[in-house]
Design a protein around this ligand. Structure first.
Ligand code: FES
Length: 96
């Protein structure tokens, strides 16, 4: 299990590799825009503040959306596609 921190003051704890950042937010009943849950709609942008190396790889659909949003290469991910893999710590913040 890895460790996930969602800022500002939203969540801090262990998460398995099967749970996306979006799912963590939904489990906590945090208001969060989302629709497709597959990296296409672009509604759940997050910024990775640290621990990028402990995330699952970016898939083709998510990469296309990040590019359209001008977020590619800027430590951004879509929350629905982002999962902590391994045992490291990842810190993210909600962008929109
Ligand atoms: S819910 Fe659509 S990109 Fe994440």
């Amino acid at each position: 299990m890895g460790r996930l921190v969602i800022r500002p003051h939203i969540f801090e704890g262990e998460v398995g590799p099967d749970k996306s950042v979006l799912q963590v937010l939904l489990d906590l009943h945090v208001p969060q825009h989302f629709s497709c849950r597959r990296g296409l709609c672009g509604q759940d942008l997050i910024r990775v503040l640290s621990g990028w190396e402990h995330l699952n790889p970016i898939g083709e659909v998510e990469a296309g959306t990040l590019t359209l949003l001008l977020a590619w290469g800027k430590s951004m991910r879509m929350a629905c596609c982002t999962r902590v893999v391994g045992s490291g710590e990842v810190v993210v913040e909600i962008v929109k």
